[in-house]
Design a protein around this ligand. Sequence first.
Ligand code: ATP
Length: 366
Amino acid sequence: QSMQPGDAKAAEIKAISIGKTFGAFHALKDLSLDIKRGEFLTLLGPSGSGKTTFLMILAGFLAPTSGKLVMDGKDITNIPAEDRSYGMVFQGYALFPHLTVEQNIAFPLKVRRQSAADIKRRVGEMVERVGLVGHEKKLPAKLSGGQQQRVALARALAFEPSVLLLDEPFSALDKNLREMMQEEAKRLHQETGTTFVFVTHDQSEALALSSRVAIFNHGELLQAGKPQEVYERPANRFVAEFLGEINLLPLDTVQLDGERAAGRFEDQTITVNKSSALAGRAALAAIRPEHMVISVEHRKDNCNAITCRVEGATYFGASTKYHLRTRTGTSLAVSMPTATTSPIEPNTNVWVSWPEHQGFLLPNGS
Ligand code: ATP
């Protein structure tokens, strides 16, 4: 009965109009979200946006003030945490310090009264799966931070939960270890097929790990979608800016022209992807720094070509980011691969362009 890819036990959860108040404070406002069977869903948002509150409600540690939770068609809103039987890896949900690695991993199996033989086999499997063979008899204090996180993951997955909840599990680790543990979590998700719900405030972690990202702000769900969708087609300015740097060019009036949208910026017409909702209105043309290119000479085939002056550059190794200013003072950032571009000196006048399909419209003022 070991876990197989696409384990049929993975659950789906529908959160329907969840509200949560603490006194007069609305921590969650009418939040609806479908968590799909077997997906790796990341809840992303700034500090205080309600991610942990939502996870605690999913876990059953907090009761929502309004709304309901439905798991696999069954209303679980009033079912206590211990009967939901989810796996959990929380920051403050530490390993038992007086138990060895194998005793920690065995703990949830003992609680579930599995036979000694089953527990032994299962603990052996999990120790191997998280790469801790040889460390079975050690106490947590004798392990590195990354090893402790591996034990926590193994303990949480040992009883084959239908849902694994993770709250910023790697935020205390240094960058390299953190990236290793992210790969580990991704692999465990693929191997087990369990539904993962992961909380983070780190956008690159969210994009790298998830099958879908749900972006929270002020207790509201702003958008949920695949990493590429939310990054390349954010629903609003907050989502666009939270997921990474973005250039915003204000347009007075948007006109639709076939599959594209066009508008005036300074003394030129620029084009981006079509958005019917913003036709005839003022809007922002939005383009990510890595989707723009700088040319020192004007190329006629570039429909989008804005004249700018280079103000400076920041070298990142693989890429170099140029800081530029348009004729009327809008600042732009353009990120270019270092290997294929020759450095451009400050005060050079250049053209910044982008393929129209890489640009999109955002409502102005949101
Ligand atoms: P972080 O990344 O900092 O953990 P978060 O997005 O997880 O942030 P929550 O912990 O869900 O945010 O908190 C959302 C808001 O609800 C915060 O403003 C917090 O102060 C408030 N809050 C959370 N729990 C309580 C509580 N028990 N009593 C009062 N207010 C609370």
